[in-house]
Write a protein that binds this ligand. Structure first.
Ligand code: DHB
Ligand code: MG
Length: 219
């Protein structure tokens, strides 16, 4: 299948099922204007996160890796009025941009951005657990550690989603020693072997290319 085909299908599905969305479109425009890399989840993928949050009845969501707040908008929209997203972001400029994007979207009250390295912030969140859904989308090198925290800050039934598990196919190449690929594989091995999880993973082709995500439940 050539890339023109799946890109056309992605554009078709995005236009049909997501469409124009002033708050999301403004968030993306602000991210581009600020020079952030275009690595926020694709529109159809953001809506998938939103639907999983709704289907699971999530009220408290933990996101690791805010970037400019695009996925946080999708997740926060899935919550009841008294719901909460806590999103961790290491880069202060990203956190400020995300705050502005979320406020513009009218969701500022439902999202708290915790600034700092996730491995420093996660140990401070025990008092805010359990989370009903955890979305892991930060530095791939730390995925195994993030999954350990997801289990500790979750409860039986907590949904865990890990972005970017395909890495253009590199994940299945055992000779690839890129740190992000090794970290991605280590995360998948945790999901496979750690008895606290039951998991699967799906490959994706969307506006961002060939990648995938893992979906797990805390047992
Ligand atoms: C990268 C990170 C992401 O979270 C993503 O969805 C795509 C790319 C990256 O660091 O290259
Ligand atoms: Mg990602």
């Amino acid at each position: 299948i050539d890339s023109a085909t799946w890109r056309r299908v992605d554009a078709y599905l995005s236009a049909l099922l997501v469409g124009e969305d002033p708050a999301l479109d403004a968030a993306v425009a602000a991210q581009r204007a600020a020079g952030l890399p275009a690595i926020e989840v694709a529109p159809v993928n953001g809506k998938f996160l939103h639907l999983i949050a709704r289907i699971s009845g999530a009220r408290r969501i933990l996101e690791i890796g805010t970037l400019g707040g695009y996925s946080a908008i999708w997740l926060a929209r899935a919550l009841p009025d008294d719901g909460l997203v806590i999103s961790i972001e290491a880069e202060p400029a990203n956190a400020r941009l995300a705050r502005a994007n979320l406020d513009r979207a009218g969701l500022g009250g439902r999202v708290q951005i915790r600034e700092g390295r996730a491995l420093d912030v996660l140990p401070t969140l025990s008092g805010e657990a359990p989370f009903d859904l955890v979305f892991i989308d930060a530095d791939k090198e730390s995925n195994a550690a993030y999954l350990d925290w997801a289990a500790r800050l979750g409860r039986p039934g907590t949904v865990v989603i890990v972005d970017n598990i395909g890495r253009g196919g590199a994940v299945a190449d055992p000779t690839n020693s890129r740190p992000d690929v090794v970290g991605t594989r280590q995360g998948l091995e945790v999901l496979a072997r750690d008895p606290r999880f039951e998991a699967t993973a799906l490959q994706t082709l969307d506006a961002k290319g060939y990648d995938g995500f893992a979906v797990a439940v805390v047992v």
